[in-house]
Write a protein of this length. Structure first.
Length: 182
């Protein structure tokens, strides 16, 4: 069966002394993605010297509203601190879609045509940047310039996968250059 890789979380700060870490959850099924024995691909942040490329979940639990995860490869607090910022990916069936209609996997968004509110073509979504606060769509304009658009409802009010397009509530300087940058 063909699979796709999807982002399911980002390692945050250490919790305690035994290697537990907080995880910024990016999946609608954390109990499944972070179940004991799950193996996730690890992508250290740019500039990191972490050798970790896969992580095996030993245990996970909720502490107040935060997901705490212990990985077999992260034995103590120092290793947990070194793992901070690592993006975690899981394999899913190629035809998988999120349960929430307002959630999308990266592969569903890449390649979509971007239009402004008036229907003017702005470019194409070429990648996603997964930030700590929010995800950013990289829209490549017809002029070849890449613009980062926060992937929030106020700026991306419509995503139509069937039509292969999304709408960006463009503002000068967001995708369209400022007049003085013209």
């Amino acid at each position: 069966m063909e699979t796709i890789e999807v982002l399911v979380g980002r390692i945050g700060k250490p919790h305690g002394l035994r290697g537990d870490v907080t995880v910024d959850v990016r999946t609608d099924e954390p109990e499944r993605r972070f179940a004991a024995g799950a193996v996730l691909r690890a992508e250290p942040p740019r500039g990191s010297h972490s050798p970790l490329r896969t992580l095996t979940v030993s245990d996970s639990r909720r502490h107040q509203s935060v997901l705490l995860v212990r990985f077999a490869e992260v034995p103590d607090r120092a290793a947990a601190e070194a793992a901070r910022g690592i993006l975690l990916y899981a394999d899913l069936p190629a035809d998988a879609t999120p349960d929430d209609p307002d959630e999308y996997y990266d592969h569903q968004l890449i390649g979509l045509a971007a239009y402004d509110l008036d229907g003017t073509a702005l470019g194409e979504v070429v990648s996603l940047v997964h930030g700590g606060a929010q995800d950013l769509l990289t829209v490549r304009t017809p002029a070849g310039r890449d613009a980062l658009v926060p992937f929030v409802k106020a700026l991306v009010p419509e995503v139509d996968l069937a039509a292969g397009r999304l709408v960006v509530a463009d503002r000068p300087g967001l995708v369209t250059p400022l007049p003085e940058d013209g």
